[in-house]
Design a protein around this ligand. Sequence first.
Ligand SMILES: CCc1ncnc2c1ncn2[C@@H]1O[C@H](/C=C/CNC(=O)c2cc(-c3ccc(F)cc3)cc(O)c2O)[C@@H](O)[C@H]1O
Ligand SMILES: [Mg+2]
Length: 215
Amino acid sequence: TRTSRPQRILKAVQRKATVGDPQSVITAIDHFCRHREWAMNVGDEKGSILDSVVSEVSPVTVLELGTYCGYSTVRIARLLPPGACVITLEFNPDYAAIARQVIKWSGLEDKVQLVEGASGDWIPWMKEHFGVQAFDLVFLDHWKERYLPDTKLLEECGLIQKGTVLLADNVICPGTPDYLEYVRNSPRYNSHYYRSHLEYTKAEDGLEKSVFLGY
Ligand SMILES: CCc1ncnc2c1ncn2[C@@H]1O[C@H](/C=C/CNC(=O)c2cc(-c3ccc(F)cc3)cc(O)c2O)[C@@H](O)[C@H]1O
Ligand SMILES: [Mg+2]
């Protein structure tokens, strides 16, 4: 096909959403993915759970792993108070380029730092390069087999501290069994499963929220 699916998602935003109106960007993407072409955004149902966790945590610094088209980046950034920001890592340059435009259309670029590169390469530099002391909230939505190694790397780098909340997408579908086993069995995390559905479908999926209890 001439264009990529992310390019068609951006077109839908530019056609249907209002510049500077994050909710209209979210609505445009959800409508496109529900009625035209499925895509792996967290979606409206799980997105509402994401919203409630963001509001509950009211984080100052958020890390998102896996930007894709920027749908969940916009969901998170629109709820952040002035001075708070989300750092989002994306290693596919084409997806990053689309996400930058989606984030710009929503008018939230001041609250978002999109970093192009692999999570494993960038996490060790977060303190030095971005002045991050620790993350208040981490949203995991990248390659499912990277959830556990990146969580361990975040721990080793001291970027997860007492009270840090990890929120993981897709713990059922496609599934992240090793990550789930780790956070649910570790004495250092308090975990809760939010049962929901795979974006835009009736299949079961859910989000796992894990609060770090400290060492
Ligand atoms: C190297 C570390 C690393 N560093 C930086 N960026 C990275 C990265 N690894 C990956 N990325 C980027 O993140 C995004 C990938 C996300 C991967 N997500 C799913 O696979 C997924 C699948 C389904 C589903 C598909 C088909 C079904 F039938 C059912 C369910 C549903 C979902 O919600 C899903 O999130 C892309 O932008 C990658 O470029
Ligand atoms: Mg996902």
